[in-house]
Design a protein around this ligand. Structure first.
Ligand SMILES: Cc1cc2nc3c(=O)[nH]c(=O)nc-3n(C[C@H](O)[C@H](O)[C@H](O)COP(=O)(O)OP(=O)(O)OC[C@H]3O[C@@H](n4cnc5c(N)ncnc54)[C@H](O)[C@@H]3O)c2cc1C
Length: 410
């Protein structure tokens, strides 16, 4: 069959790769000049240190099995670092605790009083069996199981916020429970932290484009689809964000709000961070990454850091210089004095959909009202949060749906 894929983010790329490998004649249509969608390297600017800054640090977990298989398929299975979950958490007093999946490590977590640590372990174990309702927040469920505000703030949010791009008090309980069960309560390797070691654009969009073309697909960059009627194909995969998907399919727009991610890249004249990554408690700088060390390109002098703030729309309103000062001060205030040599800001207002209570019913599956059109995207009904894994899974589901349509017709 001749299949057109609209959208060259991870969902569209995964669908296209699967379809071309199943023997279909695939054409991928992507509006931007680059592939990869939400997983991008920023356009180069004079004075940028190597490696070029990304639109935002991306982290995967060991349980992102389809995403990792996708990287293997496009020849990028060696472009990331994999480490056991042990996340340094830096407190207001600059003391460092760590979150890992073992209950013993939680009992040593220095950012909570001893009796609260025990309660965290109890709640963690209770989450194995707790019923998860999409109608309440994860925070409400945690409290019903006995968690205190302090535990939510100083333990659960550290883990939940980067995974769901929302705080526990904003995220759907169903998504919170899924995340904890899949990552923290699954096999040990499921919680492994996967960190890109290459610029995101090179190891996703560029590599996938090469793999698709080598497999015989046609890849059209800079080609925005205004209407599905302009496409001449036997089947179409619509792999674009929710609002655009609804427009192209002439459907009501799903009630899914966006949740932003703000990233600030900072080059300091001396090292500040002693680990490749760390969370900061009580700070708008939620996470900080040593980009130089993670990519194997430490600067000749100083340290190249990326600060990430997830799900805080107010930060979008702060102008670039003030945002840089805010984040740089957060780091130097806690980690020591240093001079800032260079900086760059990346704002992604629509980084993910906000999977708040009641959003499950808004996430549509691959099947559409049109007989030859299927849907994909991290926002769709994958069972996963809006992550890279969800995006790849949605693309594979779309390709399988097309396979089933073809089998049904034969
Ligand atoms: C800064 C940031 C940090 C993130 N961090 C993480 C993380 O740590 N871990 C994680 O798992 N996930 C993370 N995510 C989320 C993850 O990147 C996304 O969920 C995922 O990449 C979405 O893929 P997608 O293919 O569904 O959608 P998109 O990536 O949005 O792709 C859709 C594509 O469709 C194209 N398009 C739209 N309309 C049209 C049209 N009419 N015609 C043609 N093309 C069109 C767009 O240009 C885009 O390329 C992050 C996202 C951001 C922005």
């Amino acid at each position: 069959m001749r299949v057109a894929v609209v959208g060259g983010g991870l969902a569209g790329l995964a669908a296209a790769l699967e379809l071309v490998e199943r023997g279909h004649a695939v054409t991928l249509l992507e509006a931007r000049p680059t592939l990869g969608g939400a997983v991008q390297t920023l356009p180069e600017r004079e004075g940028d240190p190597p490696p070029p800054p990304d639109n935002g640090q991306h982290i995967a977990l060991g349980c992102f099995e389809e995403y990792l298989r996708f990287l293997d398929r496009i020849g990028e299975g060696r472009s990331y670092r994999r480490q056991r979950l042990s996340l340094p958490v830096i407190g207001e007093d600059a003391g460092v605790g760590a979150i890992s999946r073992s209950p013993l490590s939680i009992l040593r977590y220095r950012h909570l009083p001893a009796r609260e640590r025990l309660a965290v372990v109890r709640v963690l174990l209770a989450l194995r069996r707790a019923g998860a309702d999409d109608g309440e927040t994860f925070g409400a469920l945690l409290r019903r199981l006995g968690a205190s505000d302090l535990q939510i703030d100083r333990f659960w949010d550290v883990f939940v916020r980067p995974a769901l791009n929302l705080r526990a008090d904003e995220a759907s309980a169903a998504m919170g429970v899924f995340t904890v069960r899949t990552a923290l309560l699954g096999k040990a390797a499921a919680a492994d932290v996967i960190l890109p070691a290459m610029p995101l654009g090179a190891m996703h969009g560029e590599a996938a484009g090469r793999a698709l073309e080598a497999a015989g697909a046609t890849v059209c960059r800079g080609r925005r689809v205004e209407s599905l009627d302009e496409i001449d194909a036997d089947a179409i995969v619509v792999a674009v964000p929710a609002a655009e998907s609804a427009r192209l399919l002439a459907e009501p727009e799903p009630a899914l709000e966006p949740s932003p991610i703000v990233s600030v890249h900072l080059l300091f004249d001396r090292p500040l961070l002693r680990s490749p990554l760390a969370a900061l408690l009580g700070s708008p700088a939620h996470w900080v990454f040593d980009r130089g060390a993670l990519t194997g390109h430490p600067p000749e002098q100083g340290q190249y850091l990326t600060v990430v703030a997830s799900g805080v729309p107010e930060l979008l309103e702060i102008r670039g210089k003030a945002l840089v000062e805010l984040m740089a001060d957060e780091l130097t205030g806690r980690l020591g004095r240093a001079e800032l040599l260079w900086s760059r800001v990346s704002r992604e207002p629509n980084a993910t959909v906000a999977l708040r209570p009641g959003t499950q019913k808004e996430r549509r599956g691959p099947v559409t009202d049109r007989p030859n059109v299927v849907r994909a995207g991290a926002w769709t009904d994958t069972g996963w949060p809006a992550t890279m894994e969800g995006a790849v899974r949605s693309g594979l589901a779309a390709a399988r749906t097309i396979g089933a349509m073809q089998a049904g017709r034969a």
